[in-house]
Every structure is written in structure tokens, then in C-alpha cells.
Design a protein around this ligand. Structure first.
Ligand code: DQA
Length: 144
């Protein structure tokens, strides 16, 4: 296992970033976010791998298979945050530190977005800071 490799996971609809409700999620595309994540990782001296899927099962499979290869997971579960006990169970099962990231501040949005199932598996949550949230999550992972 590479002790300094972090898996960054993006959930459903985040492949549409840039054109998807930019007033809420910002103008950065997923590619731009991933480039910023990789640059930050380099500056921190760690390796990252990124994964995006619109499919709950694919996200669960990726989390389940992360245990041997990574030392932490940064995840934006998208709408599965608010619906998926199955993704929560996968995050709990994998026994790695998890940081949950949201581009928007889910606590100032619709009430159905204010509850996170997946946050129960997370050491901490960063919400509302846009792309910067992922970069702060990487910094926190290194400190941890
Ligand atoms: C999101 C917030 C979720 O409520 C929403 O379904 C998303 C993105 C965020 O990053 O702010 O897809 O996770």
C-alpha cells in the first residue's frame, strides 16, 4: 500500500460541473477541479486518484476496493449524500479515514439536502467552499 495515496470520489451529476447550476456549484468543470486536486496533491507530496460515477453501485464498488490501495477517501457523494444508506455502509466497512466535501453549503439549501447519511462515516465535512473544499480536504488528510 502507498501510505500517501488518497482516493477522491465524485458522485452523480458532478460530471456536469461548469454548466450545471453554476450559480450554486460554481463555474469550474470537473476536469478543472481534478487538475487543481492533482496540483495540490503534488505540492503536498502525496498521490491522488480520482473517480466519478453516476451509479450508486459503481461508487460502492470503488469504495469497497479502496482498502488495500489508499490511506484515505475524500468524497462528494452528490445527491447520494441524502439518500444512500448503502454508500454509508460501504464507507463504514472500508475502514479508511473519510472526509466529505460539498461544493455548496448544503445547510443553507432545501431541507432535504440538510441531512447527510454518508457524513456518519466521515471524520469531517467541508461544505460551501467550492473547489477549495477539495484542496482543504487533502490538507486535512495529510495532517491526519
Ligand atoms: C452537492 C450537494 C448535493 O445536494 C447535490 O445533490 C449535489 C452536489 C454539492 O457538492 O454541493 O449533486 O453534493
Amino acid at each position: 500500500m502507498n501510505p500517501k495515496k488518497i482516493l477522491v470520489i465524485h458522485g452523480p451529476n458532478l460530471n456536469l460541473l461548469g454548466k450545471r447550476e453554476p450559480e450554486i456549484y460554481g463555474k469550474d468543470t470537473l476536469e478543472e477541479i481534478e487538475a487543481a486536486v492533482k496540483k495540490k496533491a503534488e505540492s503536498l507530496g502525496i498521490a491522488v486518484e480520482t473517480f466519478q460515477s453516476n451509479h450508486e453501485g459503481a461508487l460502492i464498488d470503488r469504495v469497497q476496493s479502496a482498502g488495500d490501495d489508499f490511506s484515505g477517501i475524500v468524497i462528494n457523494p452528490g445527491a447520494f449524500t441524502h439518500t444512500s444508506v448503502a454508500l454509508l455502509d460501504a464507507l463504514l466497512a472500508v475502514d479508511l479515514p473519510v472526509i466529505e466535501v460539498h461544493l455548496s453549503n448544503i445547510h443553507r439549501r432545501e431541507s432535504f439536502r440538510q441531512h447527510s447519511y454518508t457524513a456518519k462515516a466521515a471524520i469531517g465535512i467541508i461544505a460551501g467552499l467550492g473547489t477549495r473544499g477539495y484542496l482543504l480536504a487533502l490538507e486535512a488528510m495529510v495532517d491526519l
